[in-house]
Design a protein around this ligand. Structure first.
Ligand SMILES: [Zn+2]
Length: 333
């Protein structure tokens, strides 16, 4: 390939309340938010780097008056908005078809109303999904789904999360498969097409893990490594990207709010791994990682990536296996 490979970049706009909800902290019902302060910081950091990315927005947040201006500015400043569900529950695989349809449409309408852009892509909270969810997305003519994380490390991540995220964390049945099962590791790392049993198809762009060993390399993992050694973290990123190029996999790189905010700016989330790093240091690491991504790849939004994939050769097809929820330790989102 003479052209540089693409690399899509997305940020899951997980709010303070949604982290508390996944953790089982009942104070989430007060819906505490950091979006009005976090999003301008993220937008400025991306503008300095000259990047346009996809923000997966939670529908509820789009109904909140105090978020309206900053959510509108995502689209005004050239970014894409995707659908990250309405209520941010990491157990979409337990939802009925009616519940899924309502969840998708409510979020879609709320996001479109505030940003002026109707989402064309979806990512399930905590990487949760089901075949029924894919059918709902396909019937609503979504361009892509981005809910899967092909890694064998999900169960280890869950054990780590429950061991480190503090006492009192809720272990309700919904959280039994939090961060996924070993089956997730069997799915492809690159893009493919879901062949749904109802005859529909849907493009899947997984959160990319390293081809072969399927170790995650999204930014939260890099932060985890950077606490020991920045050279190790960036060496790991460069290696992962080189392996992707060798394997012909165009990466899709995942970001989270806590990648840019330290415990100094989100004290309520101090229990999360990596929150001991100050915000200024995180932002320096963030800039460096995104600069590395752009060394050999052309960074694009998810829908730009999806359209380019669609315009190329026919994709490998895959029938959905039984889905479960997931997320990752330094992610848990
Ligand atoms: Zn999320």
């Amino acid at each position: 390939m003479s052209e540089r490979p693409l690399c899509s970049i997305s940020l899951d706009v997980d709010d303070l309340w949604s982290y508390m909800k996944i953790r089982g902290d009942q104070r989430w019902v007060e819906r505490p938010s950091y979006l009005p302060t976090f999003l301008p910081v993220a937008l400025d950091a991306l503008e300095e780097l000259g990047l346009r990315i996809t923000f997966f927005v939670v529908g509820y947040d789009a109904t909140v008056e105090s978020n309206a201006q900053v959510l509108e500015s995502l689209v005004a400043r050239g970014h894409e908005v995707g659908n990250h569900s309405f209520e941010h529950e990491s157990w979409l695989h337990l939802y009925s078809r009616d519940q899924l349809t309502e969840e998708i449409i409510k979020a879609e309408n709320a996001i479109a109303a505030v940003t002026g852009q109707r989402p064309r892509g979806f990512r399930g909270p905590g990487y949760s999904w089901s075949e029924t969810l894919l059918e709902v997305l396909a019937s609503r003519e979504y361009l892509y789904d981005a809910s899967t994380l092909p890694t064998y490390l999900g169960p280890l991540a869950r054990a780590y999360y429950f061991a480190t995220a503090g006492k009192g964390i809720s272990k309700t049945p919904e959280r039994k498969t939090l961060f996924g099962t070993f089956r997730d590791g069997l799915r492809p790392v690159g893009a493919y097409e879901w062949a749904l049993r109802n005859g529909q198809t849907l493009l899947e762009i997984p959160v990319t893990t390293m081809p072969g060993i399927k170790a995650p390399f999204h930014f939260s993992y890099l932060l985890f490594l950077a606490r020991r050694s920045e050279a190790l973290a960036f060496g790991y990123l460069r290696t992962a990207l080189a392996v992707c190029r060798a394997a012909g996999v165009e990466p899709s790189f995942l970001l989270h709010p806590l990648d840019l905010m330290g415990g100094d700016e989100a004290p309520a989330l101090a229990f999360f791994p990596g929150m001991d790093l100050p915000s200024t240091r995180k932002r320096g690491l963030f800039r460096k990682a995104l600069e590395i991504l752009a060394e050999h790849h052309t960074p694009v939004t998810m829908s730009a990536h999806a359209s380019a994939i669609r315009a190329r050769a026919r994709l490998a097809r895959r029938v959905p296996d039984a889905a479960t929820a997931a997320a990752s330790p330094a992610t848990a989102r």
